[in-house]
Design a protein around this ligand. Structure first.
Ligand code: PA5
Length: 415
């Protein structure tokens, strides 16, 4: 179960009904593919499970090469579920020589599966890292230790097909940062033992709540964000270390989707990801006393247990220390309960300051709840994009830098 609470006044439903209808239209038209991944991706499950069987115990490591939407979602999920992984998963998503070298250090080529993921099949970082891997291991063939995830007909698809390597496809109409519930996320995570059917089930439940059952609270939140006169920064304050990479995924989704030009106007909402309680000792001061230009979503877990295990809570058993008596008031709680109490206290403080605050509470951190959360943020991004009157699915501005890079490289090659 997921409990969501908006602690700010929302627009009347007759004012936002038209926007809800636009989200429904987008959903029904089918042009934006991610909406339907929770059902469509179910068709991938048998082939992923077959592939897993055929790999057998010979493969103990998966190296995923990809950037942006081809990596961040996978990293977010594996970071929330580390105890579920049956294979070591290494993700290389940056052109940093030290990181690339250290990720590949000690990798035994024969017991490793390399997944090269790029929707466009042309991303310079991904192709460069792929070339580095080829150079390092000099494989005779790409058939056994490589699989590719891309759009049909891309240069990467051509290369893989010519080499008889296995390819999984991303539907054409699913964009990079909205693709974690497609082959992009399901293949690496499924091969590493994550319950990917559970992810899809959670996402389906979220779609049911906000699309089929017409819960308007998500549109109301998007409306609040898009129309707020001052709060142009949307903070997610996530109360668990396990949300660190989820925050990064959110930052990419929100920033690349919602920072756009609208004619001569520049539009954009700025994402910030914080971790509670540690960032209470850092960023919170700015939120409380700085400019009132932020909304804050508290993301929390009701039960802080290890996935699937009812592990005992981390407890301090009411231990009292004479010299530290000022903290005794917190002595009867488990560490998880205390963390949630801190989230409650910070929430109340921000509400008292008149900031726009809302809460998302997951019963547990498992595949179902993660699928739900991912889909919720994708929907919220779509709805906010519609309300801002921009296209959240493209990224025209990043292309300019890529063109300049090509020119710079050509110039350097000539000199
Ligand atoms: O969201 C996006 O579209 C981008 O962030 C892409 O995911 C990123 O640029 C990587 O692109 P590709 O998967 O084509 O290599």
């Amino acid at each position: 179960m997921v409990k969501t609470t908006l602690k700010f006044n929302t627009a009347k439903s007759e004012h936002i009904a038209a926007y809800a209808a636009r989200v429904n239209d987008e959903y029904e038209k089918g042009e934006v593919g991610y909406y339907h991944l929770p059902s469509l991706s179910a068709s991938l499950l048998p082939s992923i499970s077959e592939l897993n069987k055929s790999l057998g115990s010979g493969i103990d490591t998966v190296v995923l090469v990809g950037v942006g939407g081809s990596a961040l979602g996978v990293r977010a999920i594996e970071f929330m579920l580390p105890e579920c992984l049956s294979k070591e998963l290494k993700i290389i998503d940056n052109l940093d020589e030290v990181s690339i070298r250290s990720a590949l250090e000690g990798v035994n080529f024969n017991s490793t599966l390399f997944i090269i993921s790029s929707k466009s099949g042309t991303t310079l970082e991904t192709i460069t890292i792929f070339k580095y891997i080829l150079n390092k291991f000099k494989p005779n063939s790409l058939k056994d230790n490589f699989i590719f995830i891309t759009d049909k007909g891309t240069p990467l698809d051509d290369l893989a097909s010519k080499n008889g390597a296995r390819v999984f496809f991303i539907p054409h109409n699913v964009g990079g940062r909205f693709s974690v519930l497609s082959a992009i996320g399901l293949v690496p995570l499924g091969l590493c033992g994550v319950d990917i059917a559970g992810l899809l089930e959670g996402a389906k439940a979220c779609a049911k709540r906000y699309i089929d059952d017409g819960d308007m609270s998500l549109i109301a939140k998007a409306h609040h964000y898009a129309t707020h006169r001052h709060a142009r920064i949307n903070v997610i304050f996530s109360y668990s270390d396990r949300f660190e990479k989820f925050n990064e995924w959110y930052v990419q989704l929100w920033a690349e989707s919602l920072g756009k030009r609208q004619g001569h106007k520049r539009v954009g909402l700025t994402p910030v990801g914080l971790i509670g309680s540690k960032d209470q000792h850092s960023f919170l001061q700015l939120i409380m006393d700085g400019a009132k230009d932020k909304s804050v979503t508290f993301l929390r877990i009701k039960e802080h247990i290890k996935h699937g295990l009812s592990a005992p809570n981390v407890n301090i058993d009411g231990l009292r220390l004479e010299d530290l008596a000022q903290s005794d008031f917190a002595g009867n709680f488990s560490v998880g309960e205390l963390l949630n109490l801190q989230a409650d206290a910070t929430t109340m403080a921000l509400v008292q300051e008149g900031l726009s605050v809302d809460e998302i509470e997951l019963d547990r951190l498992d595949e179902w709840h993660i699928g739900w959360l991912i889909y919720y943020y994708e929907l919220l991004t779509s709805a906010t994009g519609i309300l801002l009157g921009i296209n959240p699915y493209d990224q025209p501005a990043v292309e300019i830098g890529k063109r300049i890079l090509r020119l710079l490289a050509q110039k350097r090659n000539l000199s």
